[in-house]
Design a protein around this ligand. Structure first.
Ligand code: C2E
Ligand code: CA
Ligand code: CA
Length: 709
């Protein structure tokens, strides 16, 4: 840029074919402190200008070759020539010449003969105005650039004349090349926004207040952009609105960035569902609305059954895919349900969120009856039940759903969530894969469960558990062959608590693992004590092991460790496992049982003949013993054909080389039948109830009365 600055000596180009005229001008100008360049023709002027543009040009009109007009026009075309002041020097002071001069782009004219006294002052004026022009030009350019970067434009609407002006950037903003009127721009506002925008402007205008608003426009090429428009009303002397001035800005990218940030803050990355924050925010939105409209809000708390097992056995990537599939299914169920969100604007609508892990919630206020919600819950359990195909594997899952309803069950989100969770727990209790509405008595149950968990932990810490032992006898010799350890809880307040009152809860809460450990260690230590006292020759200590989703590898390690610690030989130990426990983790169970068998630890299948029983299990699992369930034994007297069935079970067990133990033997008649079908060992009240350690020790020394005859 050829900015003449204050500290630089301005350069003036004198163009004249008359050498004496040039010399006279040079003399005068140099005396006034300017530097002078001479050109003898229009052509030379162009060449010199291209080399070094001067700050001012004094240009003679009448010259041979290229005349002053032509030279002026050409100079204006040169880079930087646009704004250089060009002053025509003319002897012809007629109107036509002056018009021609200005048409050619002259800044001013001066007539011959030149008043040299005044020339210095006029030159100074021309230079100064040239300078201002260049400054203005560059600041305009800067503004243009800045506005372009900010995707910003300014506009003005004269309310009296209707004249509309918009800055050069706006065509790019709106995608319209020639926005001559504000109506032509208005036409590009998205159809569903026009009314709102119009209302907004009208209101601002009638109130004379500043305004700002966002709206969407559709460009001629179909692209949708978001525009921010801000303006102010200018009042005239009579306080009447005369002008609106404002700026427009394309904030599409800004909005997108905002949306992205909002997405990260409010949505679950894995499933794209709402997260806990949005779930809560949604509640604060729909809650007052529901209150005003006197509507109910329901929370469905959805928890996948045994999801941990998927993660543990198939790995987290598979678990993630399962969660994504479940999220999709929930979305689809909600889309097609009677409680669906009808439109984004019509509040209150439903929202699905993932609170974490395998827990999902649906918050809905758009249902008419609780039946709708029950239907929804029903369809959720159904959809989740459908097999899920992941990497050629088919998984079958189920879900338990708890439902609580505002304002029926409570009036705030925390309690609503808690109650839905409690109801979900109840659904799990009821065998999973179902849904339950919250009922206030569930809270009592939840409380009781909480208390029980605490008490059991305390019991473990304070050694409140004891083992009783029930002896087992050889059916032929009536000699004692071992004892089954059975746990009891000596609660300081309740007294002796039977296992049925606390074990199911211990199993479901996971406390059972610590209890299993304690039982194995205590029973082994006791057995070893009797072995050492010479009382346990040829006898086994049978220990019950249970729990959901038992980790067999850990269990095996634990048992081996306990045997080492207590010094008990493996052939004195027998483990009792139910089919259910083994079936839950077949592969690991088989592996560990194999190991036990090799070590000489006996393994009994417990409660055989109840619900889960299948003779095929005898083949799958490496067992040593089959325990006929007491319900079977007790049927002997009442049902004739149960004897035949019992007979064949014993036969099959024998073919697998299993020892058969009958438990729950109470009558001589039962003993008679069991003897007849070659059952190996007998256990039951007829011989002895489960008894404390001292009592069993007495029996070991002196014999058991009932077994003697
Ligand atoms: P189970 O393994 O079937 O144990 C036999 C149950 O039958 C015991 O009940 C025992 O007292 C009872 N019983 C024995 N003989 C007779 C009889 O002649 N008639 C009748 N009606 N019942 C008889 P208990 O001690 O109440 O234990 C109940 C269940 O609790 C056990 O059933 C077992 O599944 C579980 N259990 C007991 N102790 C433990 C333990 O230390 N660990 C684990 N995991 N489970 C245990
Ligand atoms: Ca047992
Ligand atoms: Ca049993």
């Amino acid at each position: 840029m050829t900015n003449a600055t204050e500290d630089k000596i301005p350069v003036i180009m004198v163009v004249d074919d008359d050498v004496s005229a040039r010399l006279q001008l040079r003399f005068t100008l140099e005396n006034s402190g300017y530097s002078v360049v001479e050109a003898a023709s229009g052509e030379e002027a162009l060449t010199l200008f291209a080399r070094q543009p001067p700050d001012l040009i004094l240009l003679d009109i009448i010259m041979p070759g290229m005349d002053g007009f032509a030279a002026c026009r050409s100079l204006r075309q040169l880079p930087g020539g646009e704004h250089t002041p060009i002053v025509m020097v003319t002897g012809l002071e007629d109107a036509a010449t002056i018009t021609c001069a200005f048409d050619a782009g002259a800044t001013d004219f001066i007539s011959k003969p030149i008043n040299m006294l005044i020339l210095g002052y006029r030159v100074r004026y021309w230079l100064r105005s040239g300078l201002i022009l260049t400054d203005l030009k560059s600041s305009r350019q800067r503004l243009f650039k800045a506005q372009q970067i900010a995707q910003l434009g300014h506009w003005e609407l004269n309310l009296q004349t209707g004249r509309f002006h918009i800055s050069a950037q706006d065509p790019a903003l709106f995608g319209v090349s020639d926005p001559t009127s504000h109506q032509s721009l208005f036409a590009h506002i998205a159809a569903d926004e026009k009314h709102r925008v119009q209302q907004f402007f009208d209101e601002a205008r009638s109130k004379g207040q500043p305004f700002s608003l966002n709206y969407r426009i559709i460009r001629p090429d179909g692209e949708e952009r978001i525009i921010f428009n801000q303006g102010e009303i200018v009042l005239d002397r009579n306080n009447r609105p005369c002008l609106i001035v404002g700026i427009v800005q394309d904030i599409t990218e800004l909005k997108q960035a905002e949306d992205q940030i909002r997405y990260l803050a409010f949505y679950d990355k894995l499933t794209g569902l709402a997260n806990r924050s949005l779930f809560r925010e949604h509640w604060t939105k729909i809650h007052p609305l529901a209150e005003r409209l006197q509507r109910k809000i329901a929370i469905l708390f959805i928890d996948l059954d045994h999801f941990k097992r998927v993660n543990d056995t198939l790995g987290h990537p598979v678990g993630d895919k399962v969660l994504i599939t479940v999220a999709e299914r929930l979305r689809s169920v909600l889309r097609h349900s009677d409680v669906v969100s009808r439109s984004a604007t019509e509040q209150p609508h439903s929202i699905i969120s993932r609170l974490g892990g395998d827990e999902f919630t649906i918050l809905s206020a758009s249902f008419s009856t609780l039946d709708n919600i029950a239907n929804l819950a029903e369809r959720i359990t159904q959809t989740i039940e459908q097999p899920i195909l992941i990497d050629d594997q088919t998984l079958t899952l189920s879900a338990s759903v708890g439902i609580s309803v505002y304002p029926d069950d409570c009036d705030n989100i925390d309690d609503l969530l808690k109650n839905a969770d409690t109801a979900m727990y109840e659904a799990k209790e009821k065998g999973r894969n179902n849904y339950q509405f919250f009922q206030s008595q569930m809270n009592d149950a939840a409380n009781a469960r909480f208390q029980l968990a605490n008490s059991l932990r305390r019991a473990l810490r304070n050694n409140e558990f004891v083992l009783h032992y029930q002896p087992q006898f050889c059916s032929q010799t009536r000699k004692m062959t071992g004892a089954e350890a059975l746990i009891r809880w000596m609660d300081p307040e309740l007294g002796l608590v039977p296992p049925i009152s606390f074990l199911p809860f211990a199993e479901e809460s996971g406390l059972i693992h610590a209890i299993n450990d304690w039982v194995i260690a205590t029973a082994c230590a006791q057995a070893q004590q009797w072995v050492a006292a010479g009382l346990f020759e040829g006898c086994r200590m049978a220990v019950n092991i249970s729990g959901q989703n038992l980790n067999f590898k850990k269990l095996a390690a634990r048992i081996i460790h306990i045997l080492e610690q207590t010094g008990l030989a493996p052939h004195h130990l027998e483990l009792e496992l139910t089919e259910r426990v083994m079936m839950e983790n077949t592969e690991e169970a088989v592996e560990s049982l194999e190991r036990f068998k090799e070590m000489g630890i006996a393994v009994a299948i417990d409660d055989f003949g109840t619900g889960y029983s299948a003779l095929s299990h005898l083949q799958i699992f490496p067992l040593t013993t089959l325990k006929i369930d007491k319900s079977f034994v007790q049927n002997i007297s009442t049902e004739g054909n149960s004897i035949a069935l019992l007979h064949s079970i014993v036969g099959i067990a024998k073919s697998f080389n299993l020892k058969v133990v009958a438990e729950g033997v109470e009558t001589d008649e039962q003993v008679h039948v069991l003897d007849a079908i070659h059952c190996d060992q007998l256990q039951g009240y007829l011989f002895s109830r489960p008894i404390p350690q001292e009592a069993l020790e007495r029996g070991l020394r002196d014999g058991f009365a009932a077994a003697k005859n």
